[in-house]
Design a protein around this ligand. Sequence first.
Ligand code: ATP
Length: 874
Amino acid sequence: MQDYYKMTGQQVREAVNGTAEPLSDSQVQANVEKFGPNELAEEKKKSILRIFLEQFKDFLVIILIAAAIISGALNDLESALVILVVITINAILGTVQTVKAEQSLTALKAMSAPEAKVLRGGRVVQIPSREVTVGDQIFLEAGDFVPADGRLLENAGLKIDESALTGESLGVEKDLAPIEKEAALGDRINMVYSGSFVTYGRGSFLVTSIGMETEVGKIATLLKTTSEKKTPLQINLDNFGKKLSILILIFCGILFGLSVYRGESAGNAFLFAVALAVAAIPEALSSIVTIVLSFGTQKMAKEHAIIRKLQAVEGLGSVSVICSDKTGTLTQNKMTVEDYYVEGRRIPAAEIDTDDPAQMQLLVHSVLCNDSTIDEEKEIGDPTETALIHIASKVGKDYAAIRSDSPRFSEIPFDSDRKLMSTCHQLEGKSLMVTKGAVDVLLKRISHIQEHGKSRSVTDQDRSAIEEQNMEFSRNGLRVLAFAYKEVAENFEPGTEDETDLTFLGLIAMMDPPREESMAAVAECIDAGIKPVMITGDHKITAAAIAKRIGILKDDSEACEGASIDHMSDEELKSYVEKISVYARVSPEHKIRIVRAWQEKGNIVAMTGDGVNDAPALKQADIGVAMGITGSEVSKDAASMVLTDDNFATIVKAVENGRNIYQNIKHSIQFLLSGNFGAILAVLYASIAALPVPFAPVHLLFINLLTDSLPAIALGLEPHTKDLMKEKPRPSNESILTKSFLTRIGAGGLSIGITTMIAFLIGFHGVFTAAGEGSALLGSTMAFGTLCTARLFHGFNCKSNKPVVFTSKVFNNVYLIAAFFIGLILITAVLTIPGLHEIFKVQTLALPQLFTVYGLAFINIPVIQLFKLIKIKN
Ligand code: ATP
């Protein structure tokens, strides 16, 4: 390894590439093949076998295994075998689901993987960081991750956070000069290292090593594949599952004791206990949640919201405040210059006259103090700046020629805290620093004003005239930039303290129309009990004008400037935030305080952000939302959701999806638990009434694992209804097992349990047998058939908390209809095909018996719909 920091940039390029030129396409190809992808080796993923074996770790499954062993010991080999076979099938299904869910999460992650700006084929293009190779020239700006190690070639005030590597959290200032002496990693200030990120400035570097060859690759023991943490709902359900199992075991014990006490044989008593355990354990519970969440994230990705943390899906369902940036999220970010204002005259864009020296000067300055480019109609850079180039082109001026005539020799990059940007140029024989930025900020920095091409001292009158003009533009919702300049020494390297004593040149006002969908999305938010808040770096009057247009702001008193919260204590801010809908001139620290204040009031807050400084606020928010198109890499990394279209309406849609997914999961759980509860009631009744065991374990496992899983998943895919966004957000701390939820489970279970026992008694007493004689086997067959079919019907009951079964909504979920028919065919086959009887411990049903089963099962629909109607009425 060479000491690249001791060489100049050009020497490094020659050493690495063998030429002073940038890499050609074929060299890139050769290097990609030679060095491989730019990735850190990950810890080996869990093998499929391991995932499969882990399925048996579940406490509920362990109980079933124990039941199988004891059944075997009691010589009920068939039961033992059936339980084991079904557990294995369950484990296979679980494995497939887990692997699929992981694959889809990995695919989602890849969609939001970091990218790098690299020089390829003579042009700067954006590519995934993993495709960067040795010898590439990478361009950096604030908010970018450094994708590989390399030697700096260009540096405009770069500050880099290298804390991941050195532990030093302050940004390191960079420099281009070769370092002669031996230097430790942290002191090689002309190098940049993978794993760090740019907090300020611009620059470019030549890649010297990638992947595991980078410094971070060398020290990193294998990167842990961050396995997805469980969501609060999953944890909640796991705990519930554990408690439920313990309860079931206690119940089984009591039932066993009771039966033995009543003189049953231990074997028979045990069969009851096993039946109860199998009936009660909802095997599919946790995997259903995983599947529904994973389907949900795929749907959201199609709708432009990429979920980076699974927890966000649930959080979205209870979002009560959405704090959104204005520019680009609520507005189109398609800026067009509307007016120039120079030497006291307002000039509409259509009337710009480049023969007028002052207007031409403003045009030249606006193109010079500007980082954007337009390449074959493709715009690269900040839309505020591309608008300035567009207007120059429109009046016939070539921006590239203007820039090459007056090259930039130093600069202070834009930053949203300072709201200013300055560049220094050689212009008409003078060295000039051109500064542009927010009007209010720039006005504080001027001491002179230009008039008839000459600079003179600025008066209070001048200031009020500029402010008045700024107000007028702002009231029309225009975004205004002010321009000023001052002469500097040749090759002057300015610092922020030099942005003073400037000569005011003029204003440029531009229009950024609201997105068409913003208005509807804001209205939807308000209907859904969610408060939309605009947080913007723009001027208060501009922000208020736009906010009014899209419905966020009703009264001007709801708008304030970020600075007004500076002197407030956190306590004061807490009572203040409720009254405010628009925060203007906000800096990233304000964002954190605003989020915290809302959170302390018990809200779940979604907050958007795009800049490097937004990362802490995105982390603080319950749902940090980054912009996929304009957002910095650092902000995307900190966010839990990335919008691929940067659109506010997408956040609202994601909230709707979040609510729907949560509600669907709840309906799936309700479906599973009420079915199980029905089975428990039937077993308990039989035990108390001294009847034979109504079900063999195989019956219950058949239902729980085969005919119940599909409707449960289908319920998770239920499309959302219009009502969903008419309700208030769900309190985030609300337990899933609310009283009303348990009542629904109880009612469903009772209805299913009663119809099942009626079926058992009909069979047991032989109501429909030719000879008038029933049997325990017939009773058990009919009970099994009814329980299974009733649960299939009950799927429709669980579609909604409202009685929707007798409306057209009953057909809106094809998955549920398919699941119903698959289940019905399976159970009918078991009840009617003689070959299956031995395995499933049933006897063939005659047609009247079969229809009795269907009829009893169907009764559950009208009964539960009636229950819902009564419940809603009360
Ligand atoms: P939002 O926070 O809603 O995205 P914003 O884009 O206006 O709003 P910032 O990018 O922080 O927020 O900009 C703040 C202010 O800084 C703007 O109102 C403008 O006056 C000024 N400004 C924006 N971009 C530039 C730039 N490239 N150069 C100089 N000043 C700028």
